[in-house]
Design a protein around this ligand. Structure first.
Ligand code: Z5A
Length: 218
């Protein structure tokens, strides 16, 4: 049985998260970031939320599928943290404890942005679950890809049929974006905001600069 809750015994790897609203380019930039970390001499595992384990991926399926009977905001919140508890216990914490770095495409800041900013759940409520599920674990570095909502939706719209989140109105994603920008202001030591409206080459140059600065602090 996996350990729970997550008490970190000897955390040796670094935990990097990638955040942003719809269509900002997280998936596009994941492999680039992986290569930058590997080239700096570290082993890195790349994972995502919701998901990252077979059970958490099943929960992701429940969260993303469009359903006629809807889903209450609290159910959505609790499912996010249920998936996260599984992901932490089986993937993230063992990797960090073994000395690997973890690059995670979305983590709890997405909960503050989507369930908090988007759905209107209070930060205090989310913080209670964060404390319960994660204990003291927080990312060491968070890259926020920021893009005007209309542009993100246009980029994302060129893909397949929209899931339950992607079916939200632009106003929802505006609240999500503002919540992310507020988080970046609240946590300036770990957040780096990247202008994702630039051509991909320039976005990646900025990401590389941020990572080089981060490596220099180690
Ligand atoms: N969610 C939540 O509510 N609460 C939580 O706690 C967590 C998650 C953890 C699934 O997340 C949903 O879960 C998500 C929030 C919710 N729903 N939404 N929205 P996800 O991360 O798996 O899915 P996503 O947000 O839908 O990701 P995404 O839309 O796939 O965005 P992306 O990965 O950032 O975008 P992309 O696929 O890399 O790029 C989009 C397009 O833009 C693509 O065609 C690229 O080629 C293009 N692109 C990328 N960069 C550029 C530049 N620089 N210029 C031009 N075009 C570009």
């Amino acid at each position: 049985m996996a350990p729970s809750p997550p008490h970190i015994t000897a955390r040796r790897g670094k935990f990097i998260t990638l955040e942003g609203a719809e269509g900002v380019g997280k998936t596009t930039n994941r492999e680039f970031i992986r290569r930058c970390i590997e080239m700096s001499g570290h082993t890195v595992i790349v994972t995502r939320e919701p998901g990252g384990t077979p059970l958490a991926e099943q929960i992701r399926g429940l969260l993303l599928e469009r359903r006629e009977d809807g889903m209450s905001s609290d159910t959505e919140l609790l499912l996010m943290f249920a998936a996260r508890a599984e992901h932490l216990a089986r993937v993230i914490l063992p990797a960090l404890e073994a000395g690997a770095w973890v690059l995670c495409d979305r983590f709890t800041d997405a909960t503050y942005a989507y369930q908090g900013g988007g759905r209107g759940i209070s930060s205090e409520r989310i913080a209670t679950l964060e404390e319960w599920v994660q204990g003291a674990l927080r990312p060491d570095l968070t890259l926020l890809l920021d893009l005007p909502v209309a542009e993100g939706l246009q980029r994302a719209g060129q893909r397949s049929a929209p899931d339950r989140f992607e079916s939200e109105q632009a106003a929802f994603f505006e609240r999500v974006r503002l919540a992310y920008l507020a988080l970046a202001q609240q946590h300036p030591a770990r957040y780096r905001v990247i202008d994702a409206a630039q051509p991909l080459e320039d976005v990646q140059k900025n990401i590389q600069t941020v990572l080089t600065d981060f490596f220099a602090t180690l």
